[in-house]
Design a protein around this ligand. Structure first.
Ligand SMILES: NC(=O)c1ccc[n+]([C@@H]2O[C@H](COP(=O)([O-])OP(=O)(O)OC[C@H]3O[C@@H](n4cnc5c(N)ncnc54)[C@H](O)[C@@H]3O)[C@@H](O)[C@H]2O)c1
Length: 475
């Protein structure tokens, strides 16, 4: 259903609160506050350090253009604090944008979403609410979570009434501001027309009504999981073909161009790479797989799981290619790792392909010299240590020692490449396209290997200058 109303009725002095000041809560609320100066937006989080950074010049989330959006609204109608109870109590609309990681323990471990944080939010909302509130699921949740949230809310208090809406977020990290400003669609799932209209009227300040879609709650929840599954599936599909290209001499970029011009297929998301990362794709597909298994749909579960299996294969294939090419051993060899974020224009490293490739190279005892323009050293070290953790989260002394002695984080690509045996590009940061090849070559050992995991380099130019270049999907 598309909302037909063209009215822009909005309750006077509307107050919104958002629980969770992460990659979704922070940017989405900043955009609402920027576009609706008369709406009070209060973003709350338990993490004091994160809140301090939202209130500083050094925002915890790097997104092009986000500084300006926050600067415009913060102190006017946008607040960040840890006063969760107060923010909930004062608000008409409460967004839940907390993390929903894959469960690492118990029933559904490795597949199902851990809804602990969402449930805690629901209980906290019930505990401090009076009157009527609209609760909005912004976190990505399995189908029928709204039902559980509703039951917790209704059974935990007699002093308040609630409408629960699903309003999944479709922003992509790295382009969050542009996506929020000009979304393909806003999806709102809910049972109460009035609540749906209240939320729609917020977005309609800057999003045209024909892009605000409304559905029932379950369709909305499932649409988000399905969208991510389809997007990740395209990446795994082109990556599967990249392996075949390397084996046969075809060029994956040429194949992608040829198929992408077919209007039924389209050109987007056909870039082969070392594999997809980020906090969402893998988590949401595994969640979908778990749901299918729960409903006894074994074949459907198996079908979607292959998207993740293929992605793991691609990451493994890339590190194996590095080892094989460098004379079957990288032990004690210096490898410059350029890029650690899961994609360009973000400081997010969750599930980054770089973590998996670095871990494999560390297993082979390589000496890694890592540079990323936006990811700080502590974060890189924490991710690498976590990659060695056992199911209980402990890291052995041997692995701690390995990360301490074999990982160096450098402040530039040139310093990372200095005296190295090879370069591995793991994130497609624009600055890697214009590196000074002469400067790099002079400082590297020979043969100067380059493994381009993101197809950002002009292979011919690099080869002509004396590098031995290996690119995904090209033999
Ligand atoms: N990151 C993305 O690109 C993206 C895109 C669309 C949807 N999503 C979904 O949005 C949700 C949030 O993702 P994110 O990347 O922003 O996560 P995040 O980990 O960056 O942020 C979540 C925040 O919630 C806070 N939190 C948890 N429990 C809390 C509580 N009880 N009270 C107050 N704060 C609490 C955490 O401290 C954390 O800062 C997830 O469900 C995710 O799947 C993410």
């Amino acid at each position: 259903m598309v909302l037909a109303s063209t009215e822009n009725k909005i309750k006077k002095d509307l107050k919104i609160c958002c629980i969770g000041a992460g990659y979704v809560g922070g940017p989405t609320m900043a955009m609402i506050a920027k576009q609706c100066p008369d709406i009070h937006v209060h973003v709350v989080d338990l993490n004091q350090e994160r809140i301090n950074r939202w209130n500083s010049h050094d925002l915890p989330v790097y997104e092009p253009g986000l500084d300006e959006v926050v600067r415009e609204a913060r102190g006017r109608n946008l607040r960040f604090s840890t006063q969760v109870d107060q923010a909930i109590a004062e608000s008409d609309i409460v967004f839940i944008a907390v993390n929903t990681p894959t469960k690492s323990f118990g029933v559904g471990a490795g597949r199902a979403a851990n809804l602990e944080f969402v449930e805690k939010c629901a209980r906290q909302i019930a505990a401090v609410s009076k009157g009527h509130k609209i609760i909005v699921e912004k976190s990505t949740l399995p189908v029928r979570t709204a039902e559980a949230v509703k039951r917790i809310l209704l059974n935990s208090t007699k002093e308040a009434t609630f409408d629960v809406l699903s309003n999944p977020e479709f922003l992509a990290e790295g382009t969050a501001v542009a996506d929020l400003l000009n979304p393909d669609r806003i999806l709102i799932g809910g049972e109460s027309d009035e609540a749906v209209e209240t939320l729609a009227s917020v977005y309609s300040r800057w999003v045209s009504r024909d892009r605000i879609l409304t559905t029932n709650l379950w369709s909305s929840e499932l649409s988000k999981l399905t969208a991510n599954a389809f997007l990740a599936q395209r990446v795994s599909s082109i990556n599967a073909i990249s392996a075949l290209c390397e084996a046969t001499g075809a060029d994956v970029d040429e194949v992608a161009r040829a198929i992408g011009t077919d209007s039924r297929i389209g050109p987007k998301f056909l870039k082969s790479s070392v594999g997809f990362g980020g906090s969402c794709f893998q988590k949401d597909i595994l969640n979908l797989v778990y749901l299918c298994e729960h409903f006894g749909l074994k074949e459907v579960a198996h079908y979607w799981e292959q998207v993740v299996v293929m992605n793991d294969y691609q990451k493994r294939r890339f590190s194996e290619r590095i080892v094989r090419t460098m004379f079957n051993t990288v032990s004690d060899k210096k490898i410059a790792v350029l890029g650690f974020a899961f994609k360009k224009d973000t400081n997010d490293t969750r599930e980054s392909a770089a973590i998996h490739v670095c871990r494999s190279l560390l297993d082979e005892r390589a000496k890694l010299r890592i540079y990323d323009p936006r990811v700080p050293e502590e974060q890189i070290r924490a991710e690498l240590l976590a990659s060695f953790a056992d199911p209980m989260g402990s890291v052995s002394e041997k692995h701690k020692q390995l990360v301490a002695s074999n990982v160096t984080v450098l402040p530039s690509a040139y310093e990372a490449a200095n005296q190295s045996h090879g370069i591995a590009i793991l994130t497609e940061w624009d600055e890697f396209k214009t590196l000074d090849r002469t400067r790099l070559l002079e400082s590297m050992l020979r043969p100067a290997f380059v493994f381009d995991g993101r197809s950002v380099l002009n292979r011919e130019d690099w080869r002509n200058d004396g590098f031995e270049v290996h690119t995904i999907g090209k033999s």
